[in-house]
Design a protein around this ligand. Structure first.
Ligand code: PMP
Length: 440
């Protein structure tokens, strides 16, 4: 009996990704750094699932905490009522919240995913502006090659042009025009000082639309899903100062960079640039249960909750906001991060990671290699007339050789669990290098 179900017998159980239909790869179990597929083959996880399983797979501590919670209080409404575990988790998160001591973004709103966190953050920004008497500020600025999930808010501020072409965009959204050109502006190529110049594109949008119409600007500190684009030096700092000058809130989407991916708890801490709102999900629960959290400054929170036209008028919250089992998973995840020092581990192995990944330099087809924290982006040249197919072949070959990578167009992304051992970094590079060499 084949292990792979007949594909025609169901319709789109996962994503709308057609590549899955071409060659399904089905996982059956996972432990530590490895998946096992339905044929019993072991696959090294080079992507922490989908940038989320930061502490590795199958953590018993998380499973036990979830079971305990489900048999104690499985679900309770968060409207009019509450439950203690959500407050316990919020308190734990507040202690490590992004931002410097004394000015942490320690006001926390729970959601069910990264996309929900983004929608929530955008709504908080607009509602905040209204609460401080700036009701004309409803415009939301994203940026080209930004990725903020698949809600209408997220795709509207996002930079995936195909999505924006198919779906109507939220009115009053616009985008910083610069697409990072990694080869010209990239982080690893000598960190040229293009950052400030690029961020000045926000001034163009302010001049075009008027500052009095703009509520917030949202960016990923390091763009992940669109191809691993670390910010050029000075970029985030300049965005912060332009936002300050014009009363615009700055939102960092840390769904990927949050919880230790860069070797600091948050990218906010890593870069030392403090936004007004931070979105998170993924590593919040180690991917064990779906959950997100939005961190806001006290300034934003207090105005929103107490302003004359504040949140009291608004209706926002999800059935699963602060879901008890997800909170239990989150607390257990934080326990692991803290006891194993995982939020700083990427920094400790940064030198080895960089050296290993950059040792791929010189292989055919590679046009750029970027690393930051425990993330790598390896860009290949496109096959003529068939962009993305070469990287996809590398993906298939790696999988056959026992390594899970991620590809976006012709860019290969790596982001292993933060527990990755040095020997496993070597394994990742060996398998990937062989697959790139074999790709015609
Ligand atoms: N924002 C960013 C930066 C992301 O990387 C993602 C997911 N890759 C999202 C938002 C959306 O998160 P989710 O898929 O949990 O909705």
């Amino acid at each position: 009996k084949p292990n792979v179900p007949v594909l025609d017998s169901y319709w789109m159980p996962f994503t709308a990704n057609r590549q899955f239909k071409k060659a399904p790869r089905l996982f059956a179990s996972a432990q530590g750094m490895h998946y096992t597929d339905v044929d019993g083959r072991t696959v090294l996880d080079g992507t922490a699932g989908l940038w989320c399983v930061n502490a590795g797979h199958g953590r018993r501590q998380i499973a036990e905490a979830v079971e305990r919670q489900l048999t104690t209080l499985d679900y309770a409404p968060s409207f009019q009522m509450g439950h203690t575990i959500a407050f316990d988790f919020a308190e734990r998160l507040a202690a490590i919240a992004p931002g410097p001591e004394g000015a942490k973004l320690d006001r926390i709103f729970f959601t069910g995913s990264g996309s929900e966190s983004v929608d929530t953050a955008l709504k908080i920004a607009v509602a905040y502006q209204r609460a401080i008497g700036q009701g004309t500020r409803t415009r939301l600025i994203g940026r080209e090659r930004g990725y903020h999930g698949v809600g209408f808010g997220g795709i509207s501020v996002g930079g995936l042009v195909n999505n924006r072409r198919v779906f109507p965009q939220l009115p009053g959204t616009d985008h910083l025009r610069h697409t990072f050109d990694p080869v010209r502006n990239g982080f690893v190529k000598g960190q040229p000082e293009h950052g400030a110049e690029l961020a000045d594109d926000l001034e163009r949008l302010v001049a075009l639309h008027g500052a009095e119409t703009i509520a917030a600007c949202i960016v990923e500190p390091v763009a992940g899903s669109t191809g691993v684009l670390p910010p050029p030096k000075g970029y985030l700092e300049r965005l912060r100062s332009i936002c300050d000058r014009h009363g615009i809130l700055l939102i960092f989407d840390e769904v990927i960079t949050g919880f230790g991916r860069l070797g600091a708890p948050f990218a906010t801490d890593f870069f030392g640039v403090v936004p007004d709102i931070v979105t998170t999900a993924k590593g919040l629960t180690n991917g064990a249960l779906p959950m997100g959290a939005v961190f806001a400054s006290r300034k934003v929170h207090d105005a929103l909750m107490q302003g004359p036209e504040g949140a009291i008028e608004l209706f926002h919250g999800y059935t699963y906001s602060g879901h008890p089992a997800a909170c239990a998973a989150g607390i257990a995840t934080l326990d692991i991060y803290e006891s194993e020092g995982l939020l700083g581990r990427a920094k400790q192995i940064q030198a080895e990671w960089d050296a290993a990944i950059h040792s791929l330099k010189g292989l055919p087809h590679i046009t750029d290699i970027r690393t930051i924290g425990l993330i790598a982006g390896i860009e290949l040249d496109s096959r003529e007339g068939a962009p993305g197919t070469r990287a996809y072949d590398v993906f298939v070959d790696c999988f056959a050789k026992g390594l899970l990578i991620r590809v976006t167009g012709d860019i290969i992304a790596l982001s292993p669990p933060l527990i990755v051992e040095r020997g496993q970094i070597g394994e990742i590079v060996e398998i990937l290098g062989a697959a790139i060499e074999a790709a015609a």
